[in-house]
Design a binder for this molecule. Structure first.
Ligand SMILES: *Cc1c(COP(=O)(O)O)cnc(C)c1O
Length: 344
């Protein structure tokens, strides 16, 4: 088998069902590589459980995610804010746009499109300034207003911030579409916010919903070849000398899958920055720890991963996995795209 994401379907669905029951009205987010599952698999999962709404990352991701047309309340929210230069169709009626600037709200005025208006949070990504909310509230007649949206940071007092911003949006409380769309709040926090704001709250969630039970998921690459190598013998694109006697494993999973392409991670705290320093020093010396786990340990890349396979070094003394067997990888699912996703 190539690089494969194995999903314990029963356990995974137990988690998502639990998440849905704790967060009724959640809007599942399906974006990017579909959190490792692929967007289509997640979309079919959403229709399997009969949820009418979902959120896509971009306009380009919406195609293929068409909701069940039979559902009268079907809708797809586009998370990337609308811009006049994006040159996208405002149809169909189940599309809910995100508007994050007054000028864009004016540009859409009269179109009658469904739209949420995003308010800037402390994260400062997109959104109107809170001081612009009253002006936006005066411009709602030309669109079909669907509520206010906030993208909350993972740090800090997200609930406190959401409650404060919600109070500033209360001037549209009488509008039929008035509600709050938020990210990154826990189930209890969503209820607290709804009560404090006196309006319905819709939680958008991807990571916690799809990847909340890592134990249900395993990424594995198949060993395609293994070659015993003596110390000093050369191998790889750069004909690098083997550091000792050992075995070269050629395993499915390379840069095409995102293997070895580490997304930058935030370094916080001394221990972590120490670890980052060590990684950086090792990288500078040309060595890099692979995500492939053999004999209970992550093993070194022999050289940087290739398009579809990696050359992994196994020193003598470690049991060599057979050609055809599978090796587990420690990867981030949002940056790794398997050849196959298998529900088991
Ligand atoms: C990605 C995204 C989400 C979902 O984030 P997760 O951390 O995956 O739950 C919610 N809202 C917006 C605007 C996003 O871009």
């Amino acid at each position: 088998m190539p690089l494969t994401l194995h999903v314990d379907a029963q356990r995974w669905r137990l988690h998502t069902a639990g998440f849905l029951s704790r967060n009724p009205g959640v809007v599942p987010v399906i974006k990017g590589n579909g959190y490792g599952f692929g967007r289509h698999l997640l979309a079919s999962e959403v229709s399997r459980v009969g949820l009418p709404a979902l959120a896509a990352g971009t306009y380009d991701e919406v195609s293929g995610l068409r909701p069940d047309a039979a559902e009268a309340d079907a809708e797809i929210l586009v998370l990337t804010p609308w811009r006049p230069f994006l040159d996208v169709s405002l149809e169909p009626a189940w599309l809910v746009h995100t508007v994050s600037r007054l000028s864009d709200l004016r540009a859409l005025s009269g179109s009658g499109v469904r739209a949420v208006i995003e308010v800037r949070t402390s994260m400062r990504r997109h959104g109107l300034l809170p001081a612009e909310i009253p002006q936006a509230a005066g411009l709602l007649t030309g669109i079909r207003f669907e509520g206010w949206s906030m993208h909350l940071p993972l740090a800090g007092d997200a609930l406190g911030e959401a409650t404060e911003l919600a109070a500033r949006t209360s001037l549209t409380a009488a509008e039929p579409g008035h509600r709050l769309w938020v990210s990154h709040l826990g189930a209890g926090e969503v209820d607290t916010l709804a009560q404090a704001a006196g309006s319905p709250v819709r939680l958008r969630s991807g990571t916690a919903m799809w990847l909340g039970d890592r134990g249900a998921l395993a990424m594995r690459g198949t060993v395609l070849d293994s070659h015993p190598v003596l110390k000093g013998a050369r191998a790889g694109y750069r004909l690098v000398k083997a550091p000792s006697d050992g075995t070269l494993l050629i395993i499915a999973g390379g840069t095409a899958h995102g293997v070895g392409l580490q997304a930058p991670t935030q370094v916080a705290g001394l221990r972590q920055s120490g670890a980052a320093l060590v990684r950086g020093a090792l990288a500078a010396s040309g060595r890099s720890l692979s995500p492939f786990r053999v004999g209970g340990k992550r093993r070194w890349f022999y050289e940087p991963p290739h398009m579809q396979v990696s050359m992994v070094w196994l020193p003598d003394g470690v049991d060599v996995p057979e050609v055809g067997s599978d090796v587990e990888l420690d990867v981030r699912f949002t940056t790794t795209t398997a050849d196959r996703v298998v529900l088991e």
